[in-house]
Design a protein around this ligand. Sequence first.
Ligand code: ADP
Length: 411
Amino acid sequence: MDSDTGDEERSGRGGVIVLLAVLAATAAAVLGVHWAVSVLFATVVAAAVLIRAPSRRKTAEKIDVFSGEADRLAGIKGALAATDMPLYLLDARENIVFENPVAAKTFGEGPVGQHVSLRNRSPAILDMVRETIAAGKSTEVEYSERLPSTQVYAVNCAEVAASVQGSGVARYFVLSFRDISETRRLDRMRSDFVANASHELRTPLAAVGGFIETLQGPARKDPKAAEKFLGIMMEQVNRMNRLVDDLLSLSRLELKAHIAPSEKVDLGPLLGQVRDGLTHLANDLDVELRLHLPENPVVVTGDRDELMQVFENLIQNACKYGQEGKKVDITLGGGGETPVEVTVRDYGQGIPAEHIPRLTERFYRVSVEASRSKKGTGLGLAIVKHILTRHRARLIVTSKEGEGSAFTVRF
Ligand code: ADP
């Protein structure tokens, strides 16, 4: 801005000097003044021309920059380059004028000037680009890529404000790819979860409904059948209660997932307490619980009740699913320089390798029947994982079919 004003001033001054020189020369001619005055006149004119010359060059450049789009394009490219999503700048002939580094990294680099269809052949995207260029209205389509992994993008094409260039209009369009894979994955997880939870509740509800009908109809006057059916109905109600308790537990944990616990918890006595609480179940299943504690106390930062829930769950599972092994070892180790670890090991049938990575998914069970018959909800390990995430701890599962499994919590 300042330099523009300076140019105007300078050229104005030059004009005044030329005008004065012309007036002086006319006066000299009229008055018949000496030739030296004419030399002076020529010098003044030359000086005026010199003063004007650079200024005219500058003005010519300025017109080029403004109408030639160089500055404007550089500005647009700079903004696109700094944006953290794949973006292409297209001209009105659908050619790529610029691709930002994220686009080059995500979809591979290509020469500038290419038609957009040489980079992306999705008919939906190409139609959208055509439509935006024709109508000048921003449009959006969903586009997914399967390789190397499934990615879903919301692809948008919008016009950058057009600018007048000489007699024509320079139009540019931004083609952007917003990655919505994570949102889609969460949507699917949420709807799967609701479907699974409803299904889990519907089964006992249907059973209870069926028994009520039987009691109202054929078994109306049969006290023995009534007693039996009421017992089964109670079991189903208890199952629904367990499920609702676990669902509430999960949603409470989700709410405080980002708040790290701050209590100091001595793990030795805590594990002793959990073992005592489960002795009854272990005796019923004919499993011996063996607790191995180091001599020194091992203290971690955590939430006492939640950690109890974790070890209760792991030890219960070891007793239920590793019953054949007849014993369960609970070992506390580490502390000081090494990470604190609690391992719950059973000697049962073990878990086939392909199931291990999915064990902590909600409602994932190696065998649905085995889990139901052992009063499982399929949510125990999902709760364990949630609690451990909040504690910045990990669950490591190792298992050998026929030899048993080890669930290690590493703090
Ligand atoms: P559930 O309520 O079904 O026990 P969990 O989330 O606690 O749910 O466990 C998920 C599944 O993991 C169980 O159904 C079972 O198939 C498997 N599992 C968990 N612990 C063990 C174990 N110690 N040995 C064998 N399988 C196990």
